[in-house]
Write a protein that binds this ligand. Sequence first.
Ligand SMILES: Cc1cc2nc3c(=O)[nH]c(=O)nc-3n(C[C@H](O)[C@H](O)[C@H](O)COP(=O)(O)OP(=O)(O)OC[C@H]3O[C@@H](n4cnc5c(N)ncnc54)[C@H](O)[C@@H]3O)c2cc1C
Length: 382
Amino acid sequence: MEREIIVVGAGPSGATVAMALAQMGHDVLLLDRQSFPRDKTCGDAVPSGAIQVLNSLGMAGKIHEANFYPVTKLLLSSPRGYILEADLKPGFNGANSYIVPRLCFDALLKEHAVASGAEFCQAQVKEPIVEDDRVTGVRARMNGLVQEISARLVIGADGVTSVIARALRPDKHQDVHRAVALRAYVDDIEEIPYEVEFYLYKEILPGYAWIFPLGEGQANVGLGMRLDKFRQSGQSLEELLALFLEMPLIKKRLKHGGRLHDIATWQLNFGSQKQLQLAYDGALLIGDAASLINPLTGGGIHNGVISAHLAAEVAHEALAKGDTSLDQLKSYQQRCEEIMSQGMQRSYLLQRSLIYFPWLTDILVGWGKANGHLAQTFIDKL
Ligand SMILES: Cc1cc2nc3c(=O)[nH]c(=O)nc-3n(C[C@H](O)[C@H](O)[C@H](O)COP(=O)(O)OP(=O)(O)OC[C@H]3O[C@@H](n4cnc5c(N)ncnc54)[C@H](O)[C@@H]3O)c2cc1C
């Protein structure tokens, strides 16, 4: 088999790049090891910045019809229990932020990629095919057989355990640039309608616990911690979540003691690690496969979708010139750096400061109360 573009992974990043390139008239084969709908361990908070990009790719009507649960307010609780509550403004062109289970969100995006002209196929990609330092396709298990599919361009969008990144970028991510997180759904909580809640406290800083409402007593709850801090804590994420739900302010909102289901953990690789290579001869990495998670908020959907959009632009130019060499594709790396690097490093600086100066959170929350920008920045960066 020979294709123009293979996208490995049909999460938000892969589906977005596939829909963008298919809409530009390219031949796109979108591969995922799972069939959709499928769950992805996540807080399910989709920021307005990602929605703007999807709207620009023709998804506004589908998103409107899907009736996702909108987010209009944010609560930040500091270690001393200071509370910042703020109204959130809609993003550009009135795009909202939403809480939407990834089971639904990812299926909608994948469906739009297919409607845009991409071909979807369930396949477990084993590795990229590399000839003379150039990626020329992938080896994938499809219908029980390992097959080779060649392509002019391979886009790795296969998440944090990416086989494409592992083959091309053997350097390990350091623990200070990684996190682990646990998410569960609860169906007996008195939620604060349309309000996302972030709890920052000493035991888990610079991580946080969250309650993201889904309506009718349901919410996505969880917590995330930097990997080195988690290892030092000596507790499991399940134990830490139980302690969070035992906090008097939270416990009294759990009508039947907190009925949790679909508890799952997963890892996050932050984009704050320096010198992450994103472009290769014949290949690009996007989203979590490229390690583009914000080190302060743990959000990755926004950067995933932005990187997908940039990758599509660069891939389109490269394919039009008939040149998918690293020389041609490296402008993707430059564009990502221009748009994301500064914010990523600023977030990392703040994240590190919270370890040594936890009281900074109290000050920031107090300051945020006065000027109202902090909450907006936090949700915009998610
Ligand atoms: C607990 C937790 C909470 C989070 N909360 C939020 C949040 O609220 N908001 C936010 O913005 N971000 C959040 N994140 C981060 C967010 O989940 C990711 O950044 C986002 O999913 C990245 O999207 P992606 O498309 O790059 O990768 P993924 O969503 O991981 O998609 C990768 C796809 O590739 C497929 N795949 C993997 N390997 C292969 C293979 N070998 N062959 C074929 N297919 C393969 C997978 O099946 C999957 O469909 C959270 C992360 C965690 C762990």
